[in-house]
Design a protein around this ligand. Structure first.
Ligand SMILES: Nc1ncnc2c1ncn2[C@@H]1O[C@H](COP(=O)(O)OP(=O)(O)OP(=O)(O)O)[C@@H](O)[C@H]1O
Length: 359
């Protein structure tokens, strides 16, 4: 249960268009992250799903039931969707146990049944011993778990989470990331997880919807986004992606292509539909670059800056043919590289972006 179908939705606040023709088809039980820069419309998208915002156009269905559409707008309570907010939205005057059981009471569940269900879910999230505490006497992580326990108790088929880890420290974030994965497995719920932290999105989600200025830039698995971005925005946004122009692109039949970068021959991955062209844009990541071996025909470059990162050095280099360009690569120990040194760089992998003319 919990298949979400979002079709052509639009939302403006005054003259500001915040959601522009968004369509997403999410499978039941899928973990979807919505990732994008600040102000791109992530929270507004979540709020339309939750029923806090009316649509200007388009439709939202869950398991075939229309929640929002032309002349239809079910209230948040009627949607049966669980929501975990950044500030957890706990009732401060209620204990942990009451925070969880209250929604069940509103739903009309008998006292015996809700007492048992609340006990079960608090055990599941490891809060049974804190059942009588007030939210003010809990840590951020524990409050987060109360909010999750509430969704578990409601047995919501769809759970929306709005930047649930944003207020927590790094260590707690890692623990709670695991918690979310476990919650997802246990509940079988469809998760719709808003974040601007790409490591969180890539680690947790089955698929990630990258948003840009109110539109979906790409909706794909984490590895597809990383390896085969479909446009420049996604290529530059994910994994410190770098964009460069190459010349004489010549695809072969095996999903690979030859091209020239700064006059040196390189091999790249490309879509099977890619056509030969004189200019193309490619994307790659720091891990795709290395210092060239003596046998390789690398790109001559000058080392501009070195940063110690423990198990590797991060090197910023400027290609000799284009001194204004900055390329970043990771150099493994032993560190025999110095600032100002002339080196030769190899590009070991890269992806040809689809030609926007044909996109
Ligand atoms: N109720 C509102 N009235 C007017 N403008 C709004 C309203 N809600 C959101 N906006 C505007 O819509 C745009 C998108 O906001 P939204 O909160 O959806 O973005 P976001 O991607 O979640 O950003 P962030 O990551 O910073 O939370 C912003 O320009 C915001 O100022």
């Amino acid at each position: 249960m919990g298949a979400i179908e979002i079709t052509g939705i639009h939302k403006s606040f005054g003259k500001t268009e915040v959601l522009r023709d968004i369509s997403l088809s999410i499978k039941s039980g899928e973990f979807v992250a919505v990732l994008g820069p600040s102000g791109c419309g992530k929270t507004t998208l979540l709020r339309t799903l939750a029923g806090f915002e009316k649509l200007d156009k388009g439709e939202i269905h869950v398991d075939g039931r229309c929640l929002s559409g032309r002349d239809i707008h079910l209230s948040p309570e009627e949607r049966g969707i669980g929501v975990v907010f950044q500030n957890y939205a706990l009732w401060p005057h209620m204990s942990v146990e009451q925070n969880v059981s209250y929604s069940l009471k509103v739903k009309g569940m008998s006292r015996t049944e809700r007492t048992q269900r609340t006990k079960d879910v608090l055990e599941l999230v490891g809060l049974d011993r804190l059942a009588n505490r007030r939210p003010a006497d809990l840590s951020g992580g524990q409050r987060q778990r109360v909010a999750l326990a509430r969704c578990l108790a409601m047995q919501a088929g769809v759970v929306l989470l709005d930047e649930p880890l944003a207020n927590l420290d790094v260590h707690l974030r890692a623990t709670l990331e695991e918690e979310f994965s476990r919650f997802h497995q246990r509940s079988g719920a469809t998760m719709f997880y808003i974040t601007h932290d790409q490591s969180e999105a890539l680690a947790l989600a089955d698929r990630v919807a990258v948003m840009d200025k109110g539109r979906i830039a790409q909706f794909a698995t984490p590895s597809k986004l990383y390896l085969e971005p479909s446009n420049e925005m996604v290529a530059g946004f994910i994994g410190e992606g770098k964009l460069m122009d190459v010349s004489n692109l010549t695809p072969s039949d095996d999903g690979m292509a030859h091209a020239n970068l700064f006059g040196k021959p390189i091999r790249l991955r490309c879509a099977s539909s890619a056509s030969a062209r004189s200019q193309a844009r490619i994307s790659f990541h720091p891990s795709d670059l290395s210092l060239a071996t003596a046998k390789e025909e690398g790109i001559p470059a000058t080392v501009k800056r070195l940063t110690y990162r423990g198990d590797h050095l991060r090197a910023e280099v400027a290609p000799v043919p284009a001194p204004d360009v900055s390329l970043t690569l990771n150099v493994a120990p032993p560190f025999s590289i110095e600032q100002g040194q002339h080196v030769s760089i190899a590009l070991n992998d890269g992806w040809v972006l689809p030609d926007p003319q044909f996109a």
